[in-house]
Design a protein around this ligand. Structure first.
Ligand code: GAL
Length: 339
């Protein structure tokens, strides 16, 4: 009888555990498949930005939820969903992600507000400022036809928000569409943005508090029509992965490099290898993450846009490696950081 009681209790406990966690702990990355958070819900954080802070990785991304429609009157495939704001997930191992919620919500009432759900809120990136002790978010802010072309700034005291929206700007008086931010070792930070109708890719040094541009600006990739920038630094050299400008459709990535971030950039080559390498494996770059404690190891991160059903867009993460000083990203159906 006692044995039976024990067995019953054991089964009940196992059932409760699997119900409360919803999902088993995972080890592997499965590029392009649906990824679940620790509760078993689909991870919704597109155009992602990543930050490592005090032992935890944070993933910020566009919350894309609801019906996709085509904005009328455009001569390109301007598919979109209502802006859901910026979602955040946290993880210690980069594989199991806990949902932290929406850290910068869309505005529901004021049509003129930058964050109104009818607008475009894309590619959020967060960096920590040691001097002000603030987490600073930069993101692409636009009208639904992408004609406003601005960049927004928000701040928070905690990585998990809530973020307070400050303003949007035209950096150096210029239009700004796809963008990212990069924090260098010596604590300077930079905005990297596609400008002048995406013709030129600029790099602008930020002010010391990271909340504005400082006025120091260069065109890193002139007349190359590059977007989706993702920057990283390896052995004192700066690398910048970008895509071409074909809307939601995939195209070929390039990796540019420079020995000084505000110096001369070499436009580079396609780092992708294997099936669909000329289409970035059907993805578009968003971030390159250095793995903490593993110098020289990086993850290349990209979005697979499903243009007619944007909420079903997926993620591609792949190891980024150096082979004889060349950047290589090879397709893998699944892989792990530990094996
Ligand atoms: C892409 C861009 C995305 C999104 C899309 C809209 O080129 O990288 O972030 O803006 O265009 O069509």
């Amino acid at each position: 009888m006692r044995k039976l009681q024990f067995l019953f209790m054991f089964m009940l406990l196992s059932l409760m555990t699997s119900m409360s966690f919803g999902q088993e702990k995972r080890d592997d990355f499965y590029p392009t498949e649906i990824w679940k958070d620790t509760k078993g819900d689909t991870i919704n954080a597109h155009g992602g930005g990543f930050m490592y802070h005090k032992g935890t990785y944070y993933w910020y991304g566009e919350l894309k939820r609801g019906t996709t429609w085509l904005v009328p009157g455009q001569n390109w495939e301007c598919y979109r969903v209502n802006a859901g704001g910026v979602s955040c997930y946290s993880s210690k191992d980069l594989v199991n992600w806990k949902k932290e919620g929406v850290v910068l919500p869309a505005n529901k009432t004021d049509q003129n507000h930058d964050l109104h759900y009818s607008k475009v809120l894309e590619r959020p990136k967060v960096i920590y400022n040691e001097k002000t002790k603030k987490f600073v978010m930069w993101l692409h802010i636009d009208s639904q036809d992408y004609s406003a072309a601005r960049v927004g700034i928000a701040v928070s005291d905690k990585p998990t928000g809530p973020f307070k929206y400050i303003q949007s700007i035209k950096p150096n008086g210029l239009d700004s569409r796809d963008m990212t931010v990069f924090k260098d070792d010596e604590k300077s930070a930079y905005l990297i943005y596609s400008s002048e109708w995406n013709k030129n890719l600029h790099i602008s040094k930020l002010t010391d508090d990271y909340q504005n541009v400082s006025g120091k600006d260069i065109i890193a990739l002139p007349r190359m029509s590059r977007e989706a920038p993702a920057m990283f630094k390896h052995k004192n050299r700066y690398y910048l992965i970008t895509s071409l400008t074909t809307g939601w459709d995939p195209n070929m990535a390039l990796v540019a490099h420079a020995d000084s971030i505000m110096g001369k950039w070499n436009p580079g080559y396609n780092p992708c290898k294997g099936e669909k390498a000329d289409l970035t494996f059907t993805g578009q770059s968003t971030f390159v993450l250095p793995i903490e404690g593993k110098p020289g190891k990086y993850i290349f991160m990209a979005d697979v846009w499903k243009k007619t059903n944007l909420q079903d867009s997926r993620y591609i993460w792949l190891p980024l490696e150096f082979k004889n000083d060349s950047v290589e990203i090879s397709w893998k159906k699944s892989w792990s950081l530990t094996k």
